[in-house]
Write a protein that binds this ligand. Structure first.
Ligand code: ZN
Length: 168
């Protein structure tokens, strides 16, 4: 039997586009127009030009501005947190950590703000903190795609924060 459509469905679907790269206007770490162009991040070397951060050279006279990813790392304020637990995790720890690292390797060359901040052992499981909701969601989805298991996640603060828990 089909469940009746909830009134919140529209709002959730409507908000979907805001989750795309760099379009989250409400994110205090990605406020549009905050950075003069070109800007160069002194920590990671990413360059802000034409409205987006990319890897490249800024040339002389670039403004020094820490990028949102490095600012989050500095502040210890992840945009995404994925917690992992379960016996399967314990038995396949290295393989699963590789999957997380590979997800970052796939994103980061094109998208400098998509990074793993930390992978930490916590309460018998693993907590992964990320600099952006997009890579956090990508890792949560990749875990379930590769290993199934139980995945719960939620966006909050106008889609600028993402939390997921995966267990198997
Ligand atoms: Zn940076």
């Amino acid at each position: 039997m089909k469940e009746p459509r909830k009134p919140t469905d529209f709002a959730q679907q409507h908000g979907k586009d805001d989750r795309m790269y760099g379009e989250r206007l409400h994110d205090p770490y990605q406020a549009r127009g905050k950075y003069p162009e070109p800007s160069l991040c002194p920590d990671c070397g990413a360059v802000f030009e034409k409205g987006r951060w990319h890897w490249g050279s800024a040339g002389a006279g670039a403004h020094e501005q820490r990028c949102p990813a490095c600012q989050r790392i500095q502040d210890k304020q992840p945009a995404g947190v994925v917690t992992l637990k379960g016996d399967f995790l314990s038995a396949h720890r290295h393989e699963i950590i590789s999957l997380i690292q590979n997800a970052e390797k796939k994103e980061k060359p094109e998208h400098p703000l998509q990074r793993v901040m930390a992978i930490e052992d916590q309460d018998g499981g693993i907590t992964v903190s990320l600099t952006d909701v997009h890579i956090a969601r990508a890792i949560a989805d990749a875990l379930q795609h590769a290993y199934e298991g139980e995945l719960d996640y939620e966006y909050s603060d106008k889609d600028t924060l993402f939390r997921a828990s995966w267990s198997r």
